[in-house]
Write a protein that binds this ligand. Structure first.
Ligand code: NA7
Length: 541
């Protein structure tokens, strides 16, 4: 195997995507002496944090924990400025990582991968870019992200609208001001909820087009508490390790509550919810141990969150229209906001219920629902992504006998450990469907996948096995396990992007592994220790 710079068009590994996953994958493989090239569609590194530049874009995992565990040694001067980092700060961080690790010479920007075909005769992947260039690699690692193929509603009239159309995940690089404008925002997921309060401060009139109200908790963002920072830094090694073994890849200073919500009196329960609310952030979901599994317990959280909306939104009728109903709290991704519900107290902000009156079309001057026309200068689509599988299936990937990944996944994604796919030898996914990915702190899950893949390739090289492929039977067992674990929770009960419900025609399959980051890591380690159990390893002949 090639260990230095490869022949002109041949590399050991091609990595696709220069976000948190791809950058670390490139670094690890280079450390091991592989010839690697990273291809990235954007004209800069950063992945999710390159694209999502909308006003108010922030991470909802605390910045001290949403960062590479190895950066502290590499870059002791880096300090996050706030509890939740903004998109520009995370993008600066990732650029700094690329520089510190000297990754840029191995990254080709503005290069979108169009297709990847496995050449069975030679055991290599033939990769073709959007520009028609071809390159070969023994291994292909797709670090294309879980939320990277943007979606817009399928309505007519896009070309007719004379105003400005924006999409949160494809925000222009220049400053966008909405001063004096009539603005419509479509979508009330995390991106909508983060941007709406900021757009409301500028726009002369703001229409929020809501299909499904969402549950949200306050971020309580601000500068990082010095004592928290000292605690985290002082115990970084141990805390990072705890995060790796934890359910969601996150650690807290307080011990997790082991009792269920119904074990407490209503007063005590309310006191604890209130304390979690005041603390802010996603940890609210862990106020009690059974909120993800017990519908009755979950209802207590719903009641609390409904009361908060009622207490915040002054117009009682409007408050009722903002209440999420009909699905368990947290089964759709919980949003973390700064002043979202408060925004509806502003007289120039109007909530439009598009579940009741769907959008029919865009017109020259605005947007028509089935009962009204809204005159708008700008329309912001905060309508999410074809999550988890979208970016993978957007590449024409063909494995053995020309089998297309898209066809193989027509009834829902099938992977072994979310890392590999039977019929697609030497192909690896980072945070693929069937792994904890979006249910966890992505950076923790990314590090685990990258390290597992790097160790695997190193082991194959040492043992002269150039080829690895998941077995159908191991894959089938894993797919069943992922589904069975999800079925013990409330997750599959909501029409979320976790189950593909936001994409018309997408099969409804719960796509992430909810058995916990720690348990998942153990399973992956066992597989590796057993000589890659569930995979077929093939030698040079
Ligand atoms: P989300 O969470 O998928 O939110 C998208 C929003 O757009 C949500 O309110 C959708 O309503 C709405 N939507 C989607 N399609 C339509 C159509 N066709 N018509 C009307 N409204 C629509 O995406 P985000 O970008 O906000 O967040 C993605 C993740 O990024 C987030 O979970 C965090 O992990 C970070 P719906 O709920 O589908 O009825």
């Amino acid at each position: 195997m090639n260990s230095q710079a490869g022949a002109q068009n041949e590399r050991d590994v091609v990595v696709v995507g220069a976000g948190f996953s791809g950058l670390y994958m490139l670094h690890r493989l280079r450390q091991l002496g592989f010839a690697v090239e990273l291809l990235e569609a954007a004209d800069g590194v950063g992945g999710t944090w390159y694209w999502n530049r909308y006003p108010g874009a922030r991470c909802d995992i605390e910045s001290l924990q949403y960062s590479y565990s190895f950066m502290r040694e590499l870059d002791p001067e880096w300090e996050w400025s706030e509890r939740y980092a903004t998109q520009p700060e995370i993008l600066r961080y990732l650029n700094r990582v690329a520089d510190h690790l000297s990754l840029r010479p191995f990254i080709r920007l503005s290069t979108r991968v169009a297709s990847a075909t496995f050449d069975e005769a030679h055991g290599i992947w033939q990769i073709e870019t959007g520009q028609g260039e071809r390159l070969n690699a023994r291994y292909l690692v797709l670090a294309t992200g879980c939320l990277s193929l943007p979606r817009r509603p399928e309505v007519k009239g896009y070309e007719r609208f004379k105003g400005r159309i924006l999409q949160t995940s494809q925000w222009p690089h220049e400053e966008i001001a909405f001063n004096g404008e009539r603005v419509g925002v479509i979508g009330t997921g995390s991106s909508g909820i983060q941007s709406i309060p900021i757009i409301a401060r500028q726009a002369s009139e703001l229409f929020v087009f809501q299909r499904t109200p969402c549950f949200s908790v306050p971020a309580q963002n601000g500068p990082i508490d010095p004592s928290y920072r000292a605690w985290f830094k002082g115990n970084a090694r141990e805390l990072r390790d705890r995060a790796r073994q934890s359910p969601a890849g996150v650690v807290t200073r307080e011990a997790a509550e082991a009792a269920g919500a119904l074990a407490f009196s209503p007063e005590e329960r309310a006191r604890r919810y209130e304390a979690a609310w005041t603390k802010g952030g996603l940890d609210f979901m862990n106020t009690f141990a059974d909120l993800f599994v017990n519908p009755e317990a979950n209802d207590t959280a719903i009641d609390f969150l409904h009361d908060k909306i009622r207490a915040t939104v002054q117009n009682a009728q409007l408050a009722e229209r903002l209440l999420p109903r009909g699905y368990p709290a947290f089964a759709k991704r919980l949003c973390v906001d700064t002043g979202y519900h408060e925004t509806f107290n502003r007289s120039h902000v109007t909530l439009v219920d598009i579940a009741q009156h769907p959008i029919r079309e865009l017109t020259e001057t605005g947007l028509r629902t089935d009962d009204a026309h809204y005159e708008l200068d700008s329309i912001v689509f905060a309508t999410g992504f074809d999550a988890m599988t979208g970016a993978l299936c957007a590449i024409d990937i063909r494995g053995r006998s020309g089998l297309r990944l898209k066809e193989k996944w027509v009834a829902g994604p099938r992977t072994y450990l979310g890392l590999s796919v039977a019929g697609f030898p030497n192909l690896f996914l980072i945070t693929g469907p069937g792994s904890p990915s979006v249910i966890s702190n992505m950076v923790v899950s990314i590090e685990q996948h990258v390290e597992w893949i790097a160790d695997c390739l190193d082991s194959l090289r040492r043992r002269s096995f150039p080829s690895i492929e998941a077995n159908e039977s191991a894959e089938a067992a894993w797919v069943d396990h992922v589904r069975d674990v999800a079925a013990t929770t409330l997750f599959p009960r909501a029409p979320s992007w976790y189950v593909g419900a936001n994409i018309p025609g997408k099969p409804r399959v719960f796509m992430a592994y909810v058995g916990g980051v720690g348990a998942y890591r153990q399973k992956c380690d066992e597989v590796a220790r057993a000589g890659y159990a569930g995979f077929t390893l093939t030698g040079p002949d």
